[in-house]
Design a protein. Structure first.
Length: 94
């Protein structure tokens, strides 16, 4: 028997309110995301890590620009981290 509020037989029901969805806790997530594409994720992270370049050979005490370089490197690593976190948010946990 079917009521006005129940879906027809064979139709999928929308998720019930209050049931957690993977990645829904992340800020700015409003719609379901596409599944993670491993090759795209690897390419994105590799591109970010390539921006790091070689580690500077000078000690922080010798160069005042080292602080700016550390900040830049930290920002790049944070972006790579965000790529990985976003990818993990699209994976369904079993």
């Amino acid at each position: 028997m079917s009521t006005a509020s129940s879906p027809p037989n064979g139709a999928s029901q929308p998720p019930r309110p209050g049931i957690p969805v993977p990645g829904a806790h992340l800020p700015g997530v409003s719609a379901p995301q596409e599944p993670a594409d491993p090759s795209r994720i690897k390419a994105d992270v590799d591109a970010l890590l390539a921006e790091l370049g070689p580690r500077p050979a000078v000690s922080p005490a010798e160069n005042t620009e080292t602080g700016a370089d550390i900040t830049r490197r930290a920002r790049i690593l944070e972006q790579a981290h965000d790529v990985l976190v976003d990818a993990l948010a699209t994976v369904d946990k079993i």
